[in-house]
Each structure stands twice: as C-alpha cells, then as structure tokens.
Design a protein. Sequence first.
Length: 256
Amino acid sequence: MVFAIISIFPELLVSPLAEGIINRARQRGQIDIRLVNLRDFADGPHAVTDDRPFGGGEGMVMKPEPLTAAVEAQKRAWPKAPVILLTPQGRLYNQKIATELARHEQLVLVCGRYEGVDERFRAASVDDEISVGDYILSGGELAAMLVVDSVTRLLPGVLGCAGSAENDTFSRNLLKHPHYTRPRLFRDQEVPAELLSGNHRQIAEYRFLASVTRTLERRPDLLAREVFSAAEMTLLRRNHLYRQVLAVQREEKRAD
Ligand code: 9D3
C-alpha cells in the first residue's frame, strides 16, 4: 500500500512514521509513505499556498492551484488512487471506513490547514472527505496519521495472527475486559481470583461479563449493535445483566 500525504508541514509526520509497527511495515516494504510538500507545487518566489477569503472573514484559504498540481502529480504515478481530504466537514472516521480504505493499492491524503481548501479544488479533485472526530485540530496532518496507522494495521502480514484476532474483537462491539499482570498483589489490590484459577471456561466467562459491564457503563451506544448467543444470554441472566442489556439496547435503538 502506498500513502501519499500532501501537506504544508510534512516534517510534522516524519517521526511518528519512523517508530513501531508503521516503521516495521515500511522497512519490510509492506507500505510506502510519500510525504509531499505542498510548497513544492506553488509558484512564485514565495511559493504561496494560501490566500485571503473572497467575501471577507477570518483566516486564510488554501489556494486551488498548488493543491491541484500536487494531486495531479500523484495521480500520474497512481491513476487509481482515491484522493481523500482530511477535513472537519468529512464523514466521521471509524473501523469500517478503515477496512474500506485498506482495499486500495494507493491512497492520496490531503491535509487541510487554515479555514480549509478552495471549494473548486474540493469539487473537482477530491473523491472522499474524512473527519476523525468532533473536536478541533490545527490541520489534517494528525488526522492523516490516524488513517495511516489504522489502515496499516489491517494490511495482510503487518501484525501477524494476533492482528486478525484483534480485528475480530473490534467487530464484536464490546469494550475489552480489564487486564492484569504480575504482581498478584499490588498496593492491597488482588488480581481477580477467576483469572488465577487456570480454568479456561471460568476465565472466558469472567472476561465476557467484565466486557459487557464496561460497555454498559462507558459505551451503551455500542451495545445496541451487539448480538448475543443463547449461551451468552444465559450467562447474562445468571449474573443479573440481562435486563440491563435489553433496556440499553431498546433505549439506544430508539436514539439511532
Ligand atoms: C478555528 C477554525 N474553525 C472555525 C470555526 C474551523 C476549523 C477549520 C479548520 C476547524 C478546524 C480546522 C482544521 N482541522 C482539520 O483540518 C481537520 C480535522 C479536525 O479539526 N477535526 C477532526 N478531524 C479533522 S480532519 C481535518
């Protein structure tokens, strides 16, 4: 997979892309990340990439010519690559969108800055628009990082078999159970006895119930989409969680 990232601050992305799983995937040739400096596609002695908004108002707007030239240069190398603009106006990013993006051979990620990009560039050259959440960032660079990170993890061979298991658990719509490691006693706090029992069934049941309890408390919106097996429903009933889960599922479906 090739990621071309178009930005006025490509340096911002260098060190996060040079560590851990992403760095390993790059060194193995599983991904290729091209940091494209938008300024290289701007004309004139000052290589200006932004200008004041027509109609007046706050802030600056990214000029259409450098953006278009930068995108066209990438499209010459990879004609099939979708052009994705990172913008607060985009569709809200999630794991499903990550799996969609992971099917492409190349992606062109355009990082917005200032108030945004000229509308004529967006209309003519952008295939998809993504926001990474309802909070204000200074620009699209960190959002592009999230996309590169989450998509890279989905590529075959990047994580190995641990990865496929992890992707499965995300598709369950339940939060993970709490984790414990040594020591068994830490500042008067014991590790739950179920996890020390060596009984795999007891451990699995403990973790399932802890997952459901956490999801009820923290992310009831996720539970609405979760389907439980007959055995799981029995477990929930025996542990007095069944009525609560049903109530939350009814409530959240109404809110949908
Ligand atoms: C302070 C400027 N805001 C005026 C009310 C609008 C605004 C413009 C540009 C807010 C943020 C940005 C820069 N953000 C992005 O380019 C961005 C972003 C984000 O801010 N949140 C979530 N996802 C994304 S993807 C790109």
